[in-house]
Design a protein around this ligand. Structure first.
Ligand code: HEC
Ligand code: HEC
Ligand code: HEC
Ligand code: HEC
Ligand code: HEC
Length: 482
């Protein structure tokens, strides 16, 4: 009859015999109390520090698991086998046949099950918290601080600042979780080796189709009607004259049961499929194909499409249009300098009563700086000096606030460390001054089908401009009942 203590003894002897097991046991013993303590602290207090999580789930956790694995490898495959021969076929055959020996097997199995259950609990806890950590905004946005700082900053300054990074970048389901971790491991290596691109290239080619991300929250088929946009801007004169542009955006609908698809969201209606060919930056689109509900299709080509397709055919990307072909910056919204400064004035951080403040703020943010710190100092100097010589009686508090506002306009949008300047990342909602980006990649009036159908460039297809850069737009007064 073997006693339970004998079993445990032979288990430990087995561990001692194999160096691999011994090393593993040491690793497990040392890491165990830390791991348990830290995981409990994390689950209890939800520590939001990316390095705390990194330490627990990327160093201590794996070390503990590696230790356990080593113990078992040593015990069952290497030297330790001589003491603990459980699970080898001959051993089992011998012991099951003989009643006294059978007892030993039972106890060994009991011990095995006990240890495995404890490990399962720890693995479960580790897996659960580790999964949440790897999906957290603090891991995605802050772990590689310099690299992700621009995206994280822009994100926090956007309507999606409460949406988790993973809701747009990964979505639900195990396949995409694993995919993202594989590509994440590559990215960590790039950060460690300092080989990552600055700025990070866009468009992001591996982004999950919007159906599984954006459309988990938004349903353009349920939208209908138009939306009034009022855009505030300020001139660079002494009074920083306040101008307003008023436009009615024909957002329309992707069409629910009762509403036919129309307007801007017509593109994403179930019954339409729009595919296009584009250069890798998705800025030049020589060919667009619209497939309708009845299966018929129309191909629109730009004038130079034949040449582009012949010359760069192999480099062109074929893509099905979805939300991010227009909303490519739903959360990493980098404003241009003009918009950023205008927004600070609208918010009131930059006081509009300061003479020439629009002009001077623009002057300050448009200088070239080598880092954000350099920029903060430069902007402050520039504004202080200019107002000291031109308006020495200006209230100091108001100027201080305006300086902070101007610094903010810069800090939210320009990141010299990642080579992100004003306008590095284009936004496809709208059209640039040269009318060559955004909607106008297709809607330039030059994309024509064989039948002479043209993708419309008519200004009223997308919006009605009710007032453009006016001081007191009459339409706004009527709408507001004044
Ligand atoms: C509302 C959805 C959404 C959320 C939330 C979101 N992203 Fe993005 N992100 C996008 C889209 C869409 C792009 C693709 C832009 C493109 O292809 O031009 C993108 C692009 C990026 C890029 C590539 C560089 C760039 O600026 O375009 C990085 C890096 C990035 N996201 C990181 C993050 C991090 C970190 C978080 C969380 C702090 C986050 N994202 C949250 C939608 C989102
Ligand atoms: C987890 C849910 C969620 C996901 C995923 C999500 N959004 Fe949103 N989105 C929201 C919420 C909530 C708001 C409203 C925020 C507000 O009004 O402050 C919003 C607002 C918007 C707006 C209006 C912004 C504005 O200026 O008023 C747009 C456009 C938008 N989302 C597009 C997208 C796109 C494109 C994606 C996919 C890349 C996406 N969203 C993914 C929840 C989500
Ligand atoms: C053809 C370009 C285009 C596509 C494709 C597109 N949108 Fe939009 N969307 C727009 C424009 C333009 C606006 C109006 C923006 C504004 O207010 O100036 C808008 C507005 C919105 C708004 C804000 C609506 C409101 O009432 O404020 C949301 C949310 C939105 N889109 C979500 C989506 C989602 C989700 C998809 C994909 C299923 C999508 N959009 C596809 C161009 C597009
Ligand atoms: C990849 C090419 C492509 C891009 C980019 C694109 N469109 Fe379109 N759009 C089309 C095609 C094709 C049609 C159908 C032909 C037509 O009606 O002119 C269309 C039609 C429209 C229509 C008419 C829909 C209806 O009611 O029949 C509107 C409105 C529109 N687009 C707005 C926009 C806006 C706003 C943007 C930018 C935010 C945009 N589109 C970007 C390809 C594109
Ligand atoms: C294919 C759709 C489309 C067409 C065609 C179009 N626009 Fe636009 N336009 C937009 C969108 C989208 C915006 C962005 C609205 C926003 O800022 O949210 C915009 C913005 C504007 C703005 C405001 C810019 C600002 O930020 O102050 C003006 C002005 C304007 N468009 C004028 C025109 C004129 C003039 C034409 C005709 C030559 C035209 N648009 C044709 C889609 C279109």
């Amino acid at each position: 009859m073997t006693k339970f203590s004998d079993i445990i003894l032979s288990f430990f002897k087995g561990i001692a015999r194999s160096r691999v097991s011994l090393l593993g046991a040491m690793l497990t013993t040392v890491t165990f109390p830390f791991l348990l303590g830290l995981v409990i602290i994390d689950s209890w207090f939800h520590i939001d520090n990316p390095y705390f999580g990194g330490f627990v789930y990327m160093i201590i956790g794996p070390a503990f698991i590696a230790g356990l694995a080593m113990v078992f490898i040593g015990l069952f495959f290497l030297k330790g086998k001589e003491e603990v021969r459980l699970f080898t076929l001959t051993y089992l055959q011998e012991h099951f046949a003989d009643e006294t020996r059978f007892n030993r097997v039972r106890k060994l199995i009991f011990l095995g099950v006990l240890l495995t259950s404890i490990n399962f609990v720890i693995f479960g806890l580790l897996g659960y918290s580790g999964y949440h950590y790897l999906e957290s905004n603090s891991f995605c946005g802050q772990f590689c601080h310099t690299v992700m700082n621009p995206e994280y900053t822009a994100y926090q300054n956007s309507p999606h600042s409460k949406v988790h990074c993973v809701d747009c970048h990964i979505g639900s389901g195990a396949t995409w979780f694993v995919k993202s971790k594989v590509s994440g491991a590559r990215q960590l290596a790039a950060v460690a080796l300092d080989t990552y691109p600055r700025p990070i290239h866009t468009p992001v080619h591996g982004l999950r189709p919007a159906r599984y991300t954006c459309e988990e929250c938004h349903r353009p088929d349920k939208f209908h009607g138009d939306k009034l946009n009022v855009i505030d801007s300020y001139e660079d004169d002494e009074n920083n004259t306040h101008l307003k542009t008023v436009m009615l955006m024909k957002i329309g609908s992707a069409g629910s049961g009762t509403d036919k698809p129309h307007g801007i969201h017509w593109h994403v209606a179930e019954e339409n499929t729009i595919t296009y060919k584009a250069d890798p930056n998705r800025l030049t689109i020589p060919e667009v194909t619209l497939t309708k509900a009845d299966g018929s299709s129309v191909v629109f080509r730009s004038e130079d499409a034949a040449d582009i397709i012949e010359e760069e055919g192999h480099e062109l990307e074929a893509r099905t249009m979805d939300c991010i072909d227009c909303h490519n910056r739903p959360t990493h919204i980098y404003r241009d300098a003009e918009t950023a400064v205008n927004e600070e004035i609208t918010k009131g951080t930059i006081d509009r009563t300061i003479p020439y403040i629009k002009q001077q703020a623009m002057e300050a943010v448009n200088q070239k700086y080598s880092s954000q710190d350099d920029a903060m100092a430069g902007i402050e100097n520039q504004l202080r000096n200019w107002y000291k010589s031109n308006y020495p009686n200006l209230d100091v508090d108001i100027l201080d606030r305006a300086i902070a506002g101007t610094q903010n306009a810069y800090a939210m949008n320009v990141f010299p460390e990642m080579k992100i300047e004003w306008g590095t990342y284009v936004n496809h909602i709208g059209h640039g001054e040269e009318f060559d980006i955004g909607c106008f990649r297709c809607h330039d009036g030059m994309h024509e089908s064989d039948d002479g159908e043209v993708i419309s460039a008519d200004c009223t297809t997308c919006h009605v401009v009710l007032a453009e850069d006016e001081e007191e737009p009459e339409i706004l007064q009527s709408l507001q009942g004044e």
